[in-house]
Ligand binder design. Structure first.
Ligand code: 5GP
Length: 126
């Protein structure tokens, strides 16, 4: 089934400048900004500027330039926020939720970068 992108989603509106954001980094193809309801001292969302619904959509249809730019920008956000291990930071977690089981709230692909405290196990064991 082809991906269907809703251009009224909140991150599309942020990209169009209709809603303010606290930008951490902007590159040619990528925007990174602070999450409005942070779950950790560092909680940054990294999004491609292109209209991709989730990780699978982005990986399948984004150009190589977009994919490289996105990944380099995400790593740069880790460096800028001081969480990169080996560069003086104490570590981080990246999370990308997709679809119903992933409990994705905003249907524009985004990577959460979380850090600044010990985050605990990835998921509770059931
Ligand atoms: P998801 O559940 O889709 O992976 O995560 C969506 C994230 O977007 C949530 O962590 C939520 O706090 C954040 N968010 C929702 N609306 C806004 C907004 O208007 N501005 C910002 N900066 N973050 C938002």
């Amino acid at each position: 089934m082809p991906y269907s992108y809703d251009d009224q989603n909140i991150f599309a509106r942020i990209l169009r400048g209709e809603i303010p954001n606290k930008t951490v980094l902007e590159t040619e193809h990528t925007l990174a900004f602070e999450d409005i309801r942070p779950l950790a001292p560092v909680h940054v969302l990294v999004i491609p500027k292109g209209p991709y619904v989730d990780y699978a959509h982005f990986a399948a249809e984004a150009s190589e330039a977009e994919i490289v730019d996105f990944n380099r920008a995400a790593a740069e956000v880790c460096r800028l926020t001081g969480v990169t291990p080996g560069a003086g930071g104490e570590g981080f977690r990246t999370v990308s939720n997709a679809g119903v089981n992933g409990v994705q709230e905003v249907p524009h692909y985004h990577l959460h970068i979380l850090g600044g405290r010990v985050l605990g196990r990835m998921l509770p064991r059931e």
